[in-house]
Design a binder for this molecule. Structure first.
Ligand SMILES: Nc1nc2c(ncn2[C@@H]2O[C@H](COP(=O)(O)OP(=O)(O)OP(=O)(O)O)[C@@H](O)[C@H]2O)c(=O)[nH]1
Length: 612
């Protein structure tokens, strides 16, 4: 292709993301765009087309960003190429949002007409503003009887400082307004500016492992062009590869002859090991390298840690391989080998939040067919030792004994809660209960306030969000960021089964809750651990001091003992049921402990603890 044609092609590219608060309708709008541009044949159109992970469909949420190429014939008679990047809305996945934004020139800011601007609307808009994107406000769900588009526009103007006077009003559900939205993408989102003649410079904004093609990189070409046969270099590692295939996703992979400056597509290059590339790296030409790499992404540190162990110890290597593959597709996942006396060989994994943890666990089980035991999640702690050194504790059982350290610090967040006036009382009560320290309260408009608290992360990651939703009838929205570590009065509670401390059950608690939590833990374990053929003693302890206990009596008879042997069917069924129940059991010493027991800490309801 000659340069003039390529330049003309570039002028017709529009790269944009869709950002919004969770559930405001990004995926639905993306579906309508695919439908209206005939990108996906009607009969193939499933709802949430871009949410291709089985888990995303089951839960109705977007976890991974996805990109797709859309061809659009505009009213000006010209054909345009849209690269649409759908992004997740949940606070756990905001790192995916910032990654996709770096590949775009524009962002559709979707706001639900019945809900207006919410916490993640603000957070995601700021990300888009930081990236200098052209922001196109879109008011969605105008079909709802409770829709108030004018109010949503006013909030966009007042709270975000954006001009919303000509915001597009749409309904992702009925398709109303989508044709106008397509036209506005053409007129409002700038075409990419990259230099076609400069050396190749491309950003890796996502990657995944494919059994047939190896590592597949999602790339945004900033300058130059790339085609199969080219030798490329990854600037961070200086490793060189020959490109085997380039193409775009529509949303299925479609091979192309080349990708040029401005394109968003995929690239494969015989990259065998998942460790060889990192999302955020820059690709250039090996022969004619560019001088400066693109600014990478800020690596977001994991905040929630949990031990992951195969139920069957011989599956350790399979788990390792699965984690490596998953990590390629999930840059925020971290893991390192860990040994537990109770559970054997496994990994300590770091996640962005509980939803992220759930998603990783489910993906490992569904996509890699593994049975896992996970230990209760915790945040990381800093133990300031007597000699002044800091020890990072990401496993509660590693906290040194009292007397060896001066203090323990835990991560705190600044939590911003947006809520209608009427619910300020319950929100403050909840934050107070979660050891929160009140900061400020700003009136956003006549009806809503932004309440700011500093709260220990450990209190936020468990059930804060659910409690917040239930105490505000679903009206509150939350955004938070880590602000640092603070010393608080924390203690480690060990759990002993028949006098044997079980490292995987240890947890850290604020001293004021320790006694109640230990009691609750022992009584929960008593319910969760099945009877064995010997007595099981459960104890909670701080150091050598036992602060709670419970006993599980032995069972007397074999479940099948009374079944008549002439009923083999029933006997088989019973044994089978027993076996299935056992699947998630782990023999800890002599005691069979089910998966649930390791998560018992999560089940402790703090209303019970505080005696409310
Ligand atoms: N009535 C109405 N419902 C809509 C409209 N658009 C989306 N919805 C519904 O709103 C819910 C959320 O829509 P999604 O498209 O999944 O929202 P999302 O923003 O992609 O959510 P995440 O990907 O999880 O962040 C779904 O139940 C949709 O059916 C609309 O225009 N009108």
């Amino acid at each position: 292709m000659d340069l003039k044609k390529l330049k003309d092609y570039q002028k017709h590219i529009r790269n944009f993301s869709i950002v919004a608060h969770i559930d405001h309708g990004k995926s639905t709008i993306a579906d309508r765009i695919l439908e209206l541009t005939d990108t996906v044949a009607q009969r193939q159109l499933k709802s949430q087309m871009l949410d291709d992970m089985p888990l995303e469909r089951q839960r109705g949420i977007t976890i991974k960003l996805n990109s797709v190429e859309v061809k659009y014939h505009a009213k000006d008679g010209e054909d345009y190429i849209f690269h649409l990047i759908d992004t997740p809305g949940h606070v756990d996945f905001s790192y995916e949002v910032s990654r996709s934004l770096a590949a775009c020139e524009g962002a559709l800011l979707v706001v639900d007409a019945s809900q207006g601007v919410q916490a993640q609307t603000l957070a995601n808009t700021y990300l888009a503003i930081d990236d200098d994107l052209e922001i196109l406000p879109v008011i969605n769900k105008i079909d709802l009887p409770s829709a108030d588009p004018e109010n949503a526009k006013m909030e966009i103007e007042e709270m975000l400082g954006l001009d919303a006077s000509d915001a597009v009003e749409v309904s992702g559900k009925t398709g109303l307004g989508i044709p106008e939205l397509l036209e506005r993408i053409v007129t409002d989102v700038p075409a990419p500016q990259g230099d076609l003649e400069a050396p190749l410079k491309a950003l890796i904004f996502d990657s995944k492992y494919d059994d047939y093609r190896g590592v597949v990189l999602a790339v945004r070409i900033e300058d130059g062009m790339v085609k199969p046969g080219d030798e490329i270099e990854i600037m961070n590692t200086h490793k060189k590869y020959e490109v085997t295939e380039v193409g775009v996703s529509n949303p299925h992979p479609v091979k192309k002859d080349m990708l040029v400056a401005g394109d968003v597509g995929y690239l494969t290059a015989n990259i065998k090991s998942v460790r060889e590339t990192r999302v955020g790296d820059t690709i250039t030409s090996a022969q004619n390298p560019t001088e400066e790499a693109l600014p990478g992404y800020r690596q977001i540190p994991p905040m929630v840690f949990s031990g992951m162990y195969p139920v069957d110890n011989s599956k350790y290597d399979d788990l390792k391989e699965a984690l490596e593959k998953l990590q390629l597709n999930d840059a925020a996942l971290e893991f390192e080998p860990e040994t537990s006396t109770a559970l054997g060989f496994g990994f300590r994994c770091g996640f962005l939040g509980l939803l992220h943890m759930d998603v990783v666990q489910e993906r490992l089980e569904q996509e890699f067919d593994l049975d896992l035991i996970m230990t209760a999640p915790s945040t990381d702690y800093h133990a300031i030792m007597n000699d002044g050194t800091t020890k990072v504790i990401d496993n509660p059982s590693d906290l040194p004994d009292v007397g060896e350290y001066k203090e323990v610090q835990e991560p705190y967040v600044k939590a911003e809660i947006m809520v209608p006036n009427d619910f300020v009382g319950p929100v403050m009560e909840l934050c107070q209960r979660k050891r929160g320290e009140f900061q400020t309260m700003d009136y956003l408009d006549k009806y809503r306030v932004n309440v700011i608290y500093h709260i220990p992360l450990a209190e936020i990651i468990f059930d804060f969000f659910d409690d917040l939703k239930s105490s505000t009838k679903g009206y509150a929205s939350l955004d938070y960021e880590i602000i640092g570590y603070r010393a608080t009065d924390l203690v480690k509670i060990d759990v002993l089964l028949n006098k044997e401390p079980i490292d995987a059950l240890s947890f850290i608690s604020h001293r004021s809750d320790a006694q109640a939590r230990a009691r609750q833990m022992t009584s929960l374990l008593k319910k969760l651990i099945p009877r064995q053929n010997f007595e099981v003693d459960i104890q909670g302890a701080i150091g050598a001091k036992i602060i709670s206990r419970a006993t599980i009596k032995p069972y007397r008879k074999d479940v099948t003992a009374r079944i008549h042997t002439g009923d083999p069917d029933r006997r088989a069924k019973l044994l089978d049921k027993q076996k299935r129940g056992k699947k998630r059991m782990k023999a800890v010493g002599k005691v069979e402990v089910p998966q649930d027991a390791f998560m018992a800490v999560l089940k402790m309801n703090d209303d019970d603890i505080k005696g409310k």
